[in-house]
Design a protein. Structure first.
Length: 141
């Protein structure tokens, strides 16, 4: 495989951006190489992934997000605010052991996004929650 200038531009853009959709990569590249189109970017990303230079993760609906191969972590995606956090893959070691022991399944946590509610959204919800009802179902006075 030959590293064409376009492929190198795509790889460099992913490295610079840490996480990026193909559209974001294309916009970044077009600042310096306006003739590179989205089809070229998708093809380059597919090839770079086959070569193990980048990986993709689905962080929710829409286009996958790409990062460089050595950038391994689990993504935590808040389904309320859309925020994304990262935690080390090792946080899932217990789950990985259980899956291996009980199912013979080898987990690749480096290619994983978990959805839930972030701390900020949970704290906001807790601060605006209605007070708990009393045993008779009426709100306390």
């Amino acid at each position: 495989m030959r590293m064409t200038p376009q492929r190198q531009l795509v790889l460099d853009a992913v490295r610079e951006m840490d996480h990026a959709t193909p559209e974001q990569v294309c916009r970044r590249i077009q600042h310096t190489a306006p003739t590179v189109n989205i089809t070229t970017v998708y093809r380059a990303l597919d090839l770079l992934e086959e070569l193990g230079l980048v990986r993709h993760t689905h962080l929710g609906h829409g286009a996958p997000t790409y990062s460089v191969e050595e950038h391994e972590h689990v993504h935590l995606v808040c389904h309320r605010c859309g925020g994304i956090d990262e935690v080390p893959c090792e946080m899932l070691d217990g789950l990985a052991r259980s899956l291996d022991e009980q199912r013979g399944f080898a987990l690749d946590a480096s290619h994983l996004a978990l959805s839930g509610t972030c701390r900020d959204c949970r704290e906001t919800d807790a601060g605006t929650a209605d007070p708990p009802a009393t045993a008779d179902g009426k709100e306390p006075t």
